[in-house]
Design a protein around this ligand. Structure first.
Ligand code: SF4
Length: 410
């Protein structure tokens, strides 16, 4: 993979501190721990004094360590299908095997932190509910959550109150476990930190609109870790400020992430975690910069409002790309490709995540017809490398680069 950004050391320290703090609390029972889905109500949990752990990030680490196929069969053996989310199956499988990638990364951490409560939001998919309920039964702790609308075109006033009420309904059971009363002023403070986090994260991602782009998708999928696990904290914002500074400098110096950037591609869908390095190298060799993605942009939340904490959390977490209709998504991708000056689109059709795969209902064809942007679809998966064909991916990507060359040559 290309040389890391200088500020990566700040992110590494942030992630290490985050996991060590959770591990300490889990071992000593000094603080309560809530597990939360990646687009769950993290702000509410922090405001109630919980340390917040996100199993999806743990699953991504399993994927990146290329070990998911060792663990998925263990979850299959207890009835979780090989066709469902491979984040779920590799995480539960690794737990059953007593293995965690945290140990390799952080030595003294031998297992994920034990939850006192688990809180999900089905805005992204139903799998998170099943995933959290498995751990709830296993640890004999409550697994509670929010059931969000999906396939929404416009998020209207008719959607918000019911979700806001569901979030409010979480307060009592959370207070019972945390032993603390919700302090609304503190919740507002946490939300304002989340607002800042989203602004900084957007600034980082938008730097890729510059030609040449100072950042690529393969940086962003790692950098987004802080927005996922740390939104609502000062530390995350300090970390992102460093990246903004570094990227501004690169923009000023016209320093591209890919030497001699030739083509700019928009990536739709999840990364193949176990192929980050090889995909990064492949695109670099073709002078292709993956400038933006639907996936990384999903942690920019525009609707938080400190004056309406519950309503705005409801709006922010219902307006998520993944919860929207094909019409909304199509327009969003068109806008994004225009903003980032993309020459084409790659759709990752992730076998075990239909929710994050947007090429199954004719969208690539419709977008190409309207915008003229060429596309390819890569069949693969986020974690299960048995579903990935490296040869086929390479052949398709190389042919795509040739197609772009011909197109740009006019
Ligand atoms: S959105 Fe996809 S990858 Fe994420 S938890 Fe749901 S099924 Fe798994």
């Amino acid at each position: 993979m290309s040389k890391k950004l200088k500020s990566a050391s700040v992110l590494n320290k942030f992630m290490a501190d985050y996991y060590y703090e959770l591990d300490e609390a889990s071992k000593t029972k000094s603080k309560k721990i809530a597990w939360c889905t990646s687009t769950g109500p993290a702000e509410l949990l922090r405001a109630l004094g919980f340390l917040v752990y996100f199993p999806e990030t743990h699953s991504a680490m399993i994927g990146a360590s290329k070990t998911a196929a060792d663990f998925i069969p263990k979850a299959n053996a207890i009835g979780y299908s090989p066709d469902i989310c491979s984040y779920l199956t590799s995480d539960i499988g690794a737990y059953l095997a007593g293995v965690t990638p945290l140990e390799k990364a952080y030595k003294t951490i031998k297992s994920p932190p034990a939850p006192d409560i688990l809180v999900y939001n089905t805005n992204q998919c139903r799998d998170v509910q099943d995933w959290f309920c498995w751990y709830g039964r296993h640890y004999n702790v409550p697994a509670i959550g929010i059931n969000t609308y999906n396939c929404v075109t416009d998020v209207t006033k008719s959607h918000i109150p019911s979700i806001a009420l569901q979030i409010q309904d979480l307060v009592k059971p959370l207070e019972k476990v945390s032993g603390k009363k919700l302090d609304i002023d503190f919740l507002k403070q946490v939300i304002s930190l989340s607002v800042k986090c989203s602004e900084l994260w957007e600034t980082i991602l938008n730097s890729a609109a510059t030609i040449p782009s100072p950042i690529s998708f393969f940086d962003s999928v790692t950098l987004m870790g802080a927005a996922v696990v740390g939104r609502g904290t000062e530390e995350t914002n300090i970390c992102y400020e460093k990246f903004v500074e570094e990227l501004n400098q690169k923009v000023e110096n016209k320093e591209g992430r890919i030497p001699n950037e030739k083509y700019r591609i928009y990536w739709d869908g999840m990364p193949v975690w176990g192929r980050l390095r090889s995909h990064s190298e492949l695109f670099k060799s073709l002078k292709v910069c993956i400038v933006a993605s639907t996936y990384c942009n999903s942690w920019i939340f525009k609707d938080f409002d400190v004056n309406k904490p519950f309503e705005s959390m409801a709006k922010a977490y219902t307006s998520l790309f993944i919860a929207r209709s094909e019409d909304y998504k199509e327009q969003y991708i068109k806008d994004m490709t225009k903003f980032f000056k993309a020459d084409g689109i790659i759709y990752h059709d992730a076998k075990t995540c239909p929710n994050n795969s947007n090429c199954r209902y004719g969208m690539p064809q419709r977008i190409e017809k309207d915008t003229g942007l060429p596309y390819i679809t890569i069949n693969g998966d986020l974690n299960d490398l048995r579903l990935v064909s490296d040869e086929q991916t390479k052949t398709k990507v190389e042919a795509f680069a040739e197609q772009l060359e011909e197109k740009l040559a006019g």
